[in-house]
Design a protein around this ligand. Sequence first.
Ligand SMILES: C[S@@+](CC[C@H](N)C(=O)[O-])C[C@H]1O[C@@H](n2cnc3c(N)ncnc32)[C@H](O)[C@@H]1O
Length: 418
Amino acid sequence: MKRGFLKTEKASGARSRSFNNLNLTTSVVPLQNAPFNFSPFSRVISRDPYIVEADDRLRGSDSVQFLFFPSNIPTSVFVDTLKNIHTFEKWINQAQRTPPPNSAAPAFAIRGCAGKGLGVFAQRAIRRGELIMAERPVYVSRPGISTIANSGEAFYESALAGLSPDAQRSVLALRNAQPPDNGVGAILGRLHTNALVAKPPFDPSARYLALFPNLCRLNHDCTPNSHYSFSSETFTGRILAVRAIEEGEELTLGYVDLVAPRDARRVGLREKYHFECTCPTCELPEEKLLVSDAKRRVIAAYFARLGGGTKIPADASLEEVKQLIKHAEDDGLVEALSILVVSALRLAKKAKNHHEEIKYVVDGVNWMRILEGNDAPGFCVMAKRLGMEPEELVEVFDCGEPIDYARFKELLERGRKE
Ligand SMILES: C[S@@+](CC[C@H](N)C(=O)[O-])C[C@H]1O[C@@H](n2cnc3c(N)ncnc32)[C@H](O)[C@@H]1O
């Protein structure tokens, strides 16, 4: 998983049609004892739903942003265009949008972690595929607002000012790894250090930036034991275990492209997150490191041939992809595995190797639920296609026995015909 990214965007002179019929005159009232206040340029444009224009100096530009504080999630702010905010508001207010599962009986604890600040640790043994944390974001914004003309940090202060004082403090409590001399303010620094990707329900292919009080505490490892995903169906960030985790183990994510070799990963982490990675993979003895780097390089080269899509390269062979799957397994590269099994099943299908095709379909479905959860819509659809209820299929995967792929042969055929 790559973490969220911040892009820049300049205000342009183009007029926004969203303003045509708005009376934007009400100024905002600061909250008692809250760390942040609205800027004098912020205007309330609606109390119910609670929508604030972040900076009226930007009115008429393409960069103008509105802040929405959903009443049923008083600890969240959604930063977007007015049009998108109205769409989101309708979505969030629908009765069936029940709160997501929360981390009330946590399998994790957040505590100090030598040389890394805080970290997240398993409080008990955790199964592969288990949902460890689920949390709604405290802050979500459309990408491309980091350098809105002349607003800088004041913009972010306004963006947080409508949250409860506790929610504001939860953002300030996040780590800011930016060096003090780089001119990045307190909130933007925390966005750079912590932002994860969120996908708005009205456009799940979009990549928004999100801050979470707990999820943002996971540290990096180049062979992580956990995976972050965002469920746009429940508007929730989730952490799932990608392998069995022992009690006391630190939960980790991959912040950068994990199929890059060690030196490239270290450069990325140094430049963006300002730390030197000393994870077990980076600290492998020279000989083993060369092997690990070589495996990651060939997987990266294959992904370059895939070009970001799933259409297999004309010169790829099943044998080659099987070898890459083995490399990814050796190095615990689960996201890479989930992509490679899709290539493998297509190549097996092309070769009319039905036996192998079924194996990779089933493995792909298993990776899908490990990375996105047993309740992920894609997994539920695939389980039905394999002729099972999702819970039944989870049992098959979790029972600890080797998977009997032959049992899916008929089910898959039947599912295809239906
Ligand atoms: C998203 S935060 C993770 C939580 C953070 N440790 C905290 O105290 O809140 C990212 C920052 O944590 C630190 N960090 C994360 N992984 C690390 C690692 N493997 N080694 C050292 N520092 C790490 C770096 O300062 C990084 O910029």
